[in-house]
Structure formats: structure tokens, C-alpha cells
Ligand binder design. Structure first.
Ligand SMILES: Nc1nc2c(ncn2[C@@H]2O[C@H](COP(=O)(O)OP(=O)(O)OP(=O)(O)O)[C@@H](O)[C@H]2O)c(=O)[nH]1
Ligand SMILES: [Mg+2]
Length: 451
């Protein structure tokens, strides 16, 4: 499991391992009463395994907690008992994530958690196994069959935070991005007269003339950021979802770069990171208007970028800031948010049990059967009950597994492996009432499931 990127407070990715709770085993039991030596079946059902939920919360700003505790489990359920007692459900686990957290599995987006309180069922707990009361039929009034609980859903997920803000502040280090955010919102980012003061995104809510929007200040960019220079482009994903960029320009330029060159470098870096950033509406603003020469820089830039309306502001004195905010609240309502993370078919796609199965062969010549439905049947069969075992053989026949194995060349004595069980193939005619080609003989292949 890759280590979180840094031990710093702000963590925006987490690679986690989810394991929902196992369903409880069903019970096989019979009523005992005076004068009724052999009462009816009364085995209760197992409880439902606990599920894992992610809930978006405006009070959380980082994936830190989750990144440092990546093994996430929910509670197993209790088994059913006699006297029709059903087992207790396993406890759910709820994890709070910041707004803007995207959940991925095998590259597919399962969920994009954007709204406060939005819940996502990340891993479903297993169904409880049915007790023997459920298997009573007209022909079998005393079934000695009960199911094991279904295993909980289990997989590795990637969480990625891409903060949700309407406006992103970009530019070279030291341009005054944090100063501007502090001037217009209640956010208190660190401000200092040296580059790379800001190491994490800061978000502030701006209220201007009755309108509100969220603004994000990210660490400064330098040439080659998309190749990892400076703090690189690690933080550019946090402006991907903004509607509008405010590109702040230091009238002194940056290092040897003149302001005009500096503007072009930032524009190139944005474009190289993602074409979407180049397409975004961007406002250019020359900051530090209180310093001599800033107005000349603004005029010169205006001549070079004729199509743009270039602002002249001072984040420190507030000069020109009202006009800039006026423009932002005027533009924002008309800009549509681009759907970046479309939850494809969502988690449901991974949950559909595949009806089919595959028959293959391993290097020892044993037949290997795979498929979610078949594997689940194995997990839920109580092999200590001959009747359950019989039921499984019947199901294998019904779903065509016997035929498929025969077609694949299975002969008497061959081994058939499904998950952690090994069965012996039999060609013998089975006694009355018994069906299927799987011999009684079976053994566990790997670990013990504990039934
Ligand atoms: N004179 C003057 N100085 C300013 C103004 N705005 C910011 N500064 C100064 O510029 C320096 C850098 O400001 P920051 O807000 O930290 O710059 P930044 O763009 O956030 O820088 P990084 O976080 O390193 O990317 C600080 O010393 C500020 O006081 C302004 O309008 N006028
Ligand atoms: Mg800063």
C-alpha cells in the first residue's frame, strides 16, 4: 500500500482496503417439547453484516484520518439460534470525507461526494444465512439445512479529493494569492515575502453584495510545474472543478521573468496539466498596485492581451478589489460546472452477480471453476450438513456446471476446485434421490472458513 504523500496535515489521496461484515450463519435446530420427540425446524437466520459508508461532510477538509488508517472494516453479524432466534446485525462503519471526494475502484468512478451529508454505500455487508426454518417443504418437513452467511463486499478503493470551489487563485509564488484570499474571506492562510509560503490549498467563503462563492488559494506554480518542478502540479487538481480562475500577476515578474513572460508560463502550465484549465474563464489581475510601476505593467499587459480585461488591484490595500469581485459575481452564474467525474454505472456495476461461470485448468490438471455466483454458493454452504451438500450438488446440476465440466473433459477421480474447496468428480450413478456428478468426497483446499 503506497504511503500517504506527506505527514503534513492536508492529505488529498487515500488508498484504502474495504471489508464489509460477513452475514451470520443460519441455524439448524428443531423444536423440543414434552411429548413431541421431534418438533419442527426452528433454526433462526443469521444477521446482516455491517456495511461501510462514506459520508461527505463540510466539517472535514482532508483525507488524512483515512489515509493513515487504510484498513476499514465493518462488523460481522451474529449467527441465528434455536427457537427461531435471528442473529444480530453487524455494526455499520461510517467514515466522513471532505466535500469533493471521489471514490474509485479499478479506475472506475463509483461516487463523487459533493454535498454535505451525501451518503455512499461503499461496501455492502453480507446477507445473513437462512436457518433451517426456511428450507421446510412439503417433501422435507425436517430439513437439516442452513446457509452460512454471505461474505461482505471486499475491495481496494482509491479516494481522491478535488476541492470544491467556484474560483481558483493561480499564479507564480509570491504574487499575493494568499493575501487576496485573506482580504476577501475569513480564511487566514500563511502570508510571507518568500516563494512557496502556501503548501496546501486554502479555501475561503467570499460574500460580496449579497452573493457568496468559495475561493481556493493553491501553492504557487513555476515553469515546469507539470513536470514536477517546485511543488509541481500536485495541487492543480484542486482548481480543476472551479468555474473561474483568477490569475494574479506580480508586477515585478518572477526571478528573471518579466510579467508578460510570467503570464505565458502560467498559461502554458495550466494547459499542460489539463486542457480544461486552458478553456476555463480566466481573469488576469496585476497585484501590488500600491507599488510604483504596477500601473505601467498593467497597461503594458493590456496592450499584449487585447482581448482580455486586465485588472489592477492591491490585495494589501484593497484597491481595485471591489471591482474584481463585482466581475466575479457577474460572471459566475453563467458558467456551468463541467462534469469531471461521472459516476459510471456506480458501485452497482460491481455488485451484479455474474450468473455465468468459467471452467479452466490449473498446472496440476485440476479443474478450476470461477464466477461470483458459484463462489458465493460455496461460501454459503454448510459442508458439515450432508443435506446442504446435496442441495449444492443439485444447484450445480441445475445451473449447468455438471454439463460444462463433462464437456471440458472431467473424468472419474479428477479434482474440481472452487475457491477454497476441492471436490472429486464422480461418474458413478448416485443412489435414489441424489443428483449431480460431484462425489461426496471433498476437502478444503486452502484456509478454513470456520464452518
Ligand atoms: N505591496 C504589496 N505587497 C503585497 C500585496 N499583496 C501581497 N503582498 C506581499 O507579497 C508577499 C507574498 O504574498 P502571499 O500572499 O504570501 O503570496 P502567494 O501568492 O500566496 O505566494 P505563495 O504562497 O508562495 O505561492 C507577501 O510579503 C505579501 O505581504 C500588495 O497588494 N501589495
Ligand atoms: Mg500563498
Amino acid at each position: 500500500m503506497p504511503k500517504p504523500r506527506s505527514s503534513h496535515e492536508f492529505i488529498d489521496t487515500a488508498h484504502v482496503y474495504l471489508k464489509a461484515g460477513k452475514g451470520g450463519n443460519g441455524a439448524s435446530s428443531f423444536r423440543r417439547e414434552k411429548f413431541i420427540p421431534y418438533g419442527g425446524p426452528d433454526g433462526g437466520h443469521g444477521g446482516r453484516g455491517g456495511s461501510i459508508w462514506f459520508v461527505a461532510s463540510a466539517n472535514i477538509t482532508t483525507l488524512r484520518e483515512i489515509a493513515f488508517h487504510p484498513h476499514i472494516t465493518a462488523g460481522d453479524a451474529a449467527p441465528g439460534g434455536g427457537n427461531k432466534r435471528d442473529g444480530a446485525d453487524g455494526e455499520d462503519k461510517t467514515l466522513y470525507v471532505p466535500l469533493g471526494t471521489v471514490v474509485k475502484r479499478e479506475g472506475a468512478v463509483l461516487a463523487d461526494l459533493k454535498e454535505d451529508g451525501q451518503r455512499f454505500l461503499a461496501a455492502q455487508g453480507g446477507r445473513g444465512g437462512r436457518g433451517n426454518t426456511a428450507f421446510k417443504t412439503r417433501f422435507n418437513t425436517a430439513p437439516k439445512i442452513s446457509e452460512n452467511g454471505e461474505p461482505g463486499e471486499e475491495y481496494e478503493a482509491w479516494l481522491e479529493l478535488s476541492v470544491l470551489a467556484d474560483v481558483g487563485l493561480v499564479g507564480f509564488p509570491n504574487a499575493g494569492k494568499s493575501t487576496l484570499l485573506a482580504a476577501v474571506s475569513a480564511a487566514r492562510p500563511k502570508i510571507a515575502g518568500y516563494p512557496f509560503t502556501t503548501l496546501n490549498p486554502n479555501i475561503g467563503m467570499v460574500t460580496h453584495k449579497g452573493k457568496s462563492f468559495a475561493a481556493a488559494d493553491i501553492p504557487g506554480l513555476i515553469e515546469g510545474a507539470h513536470e514536477g518542478r517546485g511543488l509541481g502540479d500536485l495541487f492543480l487538481k484542486h482548481v480543476l472543478r472551479t468555474k473561474l480562475l483568477v490569475h494574479l500577476v506580480d508586477p515585478a515578474g518572477f526571478g528573471d521573468l518579466k510579467p508578460e513572460q510570467a503570464v505565458r508560463v502560467i498559461e502554458k502550465e495550466l494547459k499542460n496539466y489539463h486542457p480544461l484549465l486552458a478553456r476555463k474563464t480566466a481573469i488576469l489581475a496585476v497585484n501590488k498596485a500600491d507599488l510604483p510601476g504596477a500601473d505601467k505593467v498593467q497597461e503594458a499587459l493590456q496592450k499584449k492581451f487585447r482581448k482580455k480585461d486586465i485588472f489592477l488591484i492591491s490585495a494589501a490595500t484593497g484597491k481595485g478589489v471591489t471591482r474584481l469581485l463585482d466581475r466575479i459575481i457577474k460572471l459566475l452564474p453563467a458558467i456551468k460546472e463541467e462534469e469531471l467525474y461521472r459516476p459510471s454505472e456506480g458501485a452497482a456495476a460491481f455488485r451484479l452477480p455474474t450468473e455465468g461461470f468459467r471452467v479452466g485448468k490449473d498446472h496440476t490438471g485440476a479443474f478450476v471453476v470461477t464466477g461470483t455466483k458459484v463462489e458465493k454458493l460455496i461460501a454459503m454452504t454448510n459442508f458439515s450438513q450432508p443435506d446442504s451438500w446435496d442441495r449444492l450438488r443439485r444447484i450445480f446440476k441445475t445451473i449447468g456446471l455438471d454439463k460444462a465440466l463433462k464437456k471440458a473433459g472431467a473424468a472419474a477421480g479428477d479434482l474440481v476446485r472452487i475457491v477454497d474447496r476441492e471436490f472429486e468428480w464422480s461418474d458413478e450413478k448416485l443412489p435414489e434421490g441424489r443428483q449431480g456428478k460431484f462425489a461426496y468426497k471433498y476437502r478444503k483446499y486452502k484456509q478454513d472458513y470456520g464452518d
